[in-house]
Design a protein around this ligand. Structure first.
Ligand SMILES: *[C@@H]1O[C@H](CO)[C@@H](O)[C@H](O)[C@H]1NC(C)=O
Length: 246
């Protein structure tokens, strides 16, 4: 079966990887139902390989991949982006390192390790990486909003607010807030990769927060977040232009 999902009977399925198998099943079902092109199926096969092999054989490679990515990000010209992306990748490398140690403990290679401690550590790095990613999203959104607002002013329309008296500060504030929200929606609608990245990071962040006990939600919600995040990452693999660059 071409679209058999590798993670379905995997023991890792009890952890946060699980939603991927739902997403994979969902995708496989829709593909079979609507009949996809060979190119598309090939991409899904690649994705499937990525998901199963990635977790089993190349676990150790994840850390070095993240380090390589950090080395590449160091050369970005924008200082804020350089900082956020580099630190995010470094945290990701640490996260994978802890994850590997944890895996060694679970597989019996290191029977006496404190699994709870390493699990907490790994989730902490994961959380830091996500905070960096969200900061980067916020920074890009701010840049785009400023750009958009400047463009509006130059065109001479839209920017002017109705005259408000000195005692109507609140009204003015609300008006400005409304304008900002509209600008934000506009910017996100015009930049699907940014919107998806933001949504993915926002979904992901509930997982470590829940595991670390910082913000307890119910397992159903965490599962839903994981599923949404997985669907988004599958989308960015199938449609590469949806991936936020760099
Ligand atoms: C954060 O952003 C980087 C670069 O865009 C990405 O590779 C990574 O998967 C994202 N998520 C985490 C948890 O680091």
């Amino acid at each position: 079966n071409l679209l058999r999902c590798p993670l379905q009977n995997d023991s890792t399925c009890r952890e946060r990887v699980c939603p991927q198998s739902y997403a994979c099943t969902l995708l496989g079902y829709s593909l079979q139902k609507y009949g996809a092109s060979p190119d598309f199926i090939a991409r899904i096969k690649q994705l499937e390989a990525h998901m199963s092999l990635g977790r089993k054989l190349f676990r150790l490679g994840n850390s070095s991949d993240a380090l390589e990515a950090a080395k590449r990000a160091i050369h970005l010209s924008d200082m804020v982006l350089r900082f956020c992306i580099t630190v995010s990748h470094l945290n990701r490398a640490m996260y994978f390192a802890c994850d590997n140690i944890l895996w060694a403990g679970k597989s019996g290679l290191a029977p006496h390790m404190d699994q709870e401690k390493w699990s907490q550590r790994s989730f902490r790095y994961y959380l830091f990486a996500l905070i960096m990613n969200l900061s980067r999203d916020a920074y890009e959104i701010r840049l785009l909003m400023e750009h958009e607002a400047n463009g509006k002013c130059q065109r001479g329309g839209g920017g002017d607010s109705p005259r408000v008296g000195e005692d109507h500060r609140l009204q003015q504030l609300i008006l400005r807030l409304k304008l900002q929200v509209r600008l934000l929606c506009h910017v996100l609608r015009d930049n699907p990769p940014l919107l998806l990245d933001l949504a993915k990071n926002a979904c992901d962040i509930f997982i470590p927060m829940d595991k670390l006990g910082l913000y307890k939600t119910n397992p159903g919600f965490v599962g839903l977040c994981g599923l949404t995040s997985s669907v988004i990452s599958i989308l960015t693999i199938v449609f590469p232009w949806l991936k936020l660059k760099p």
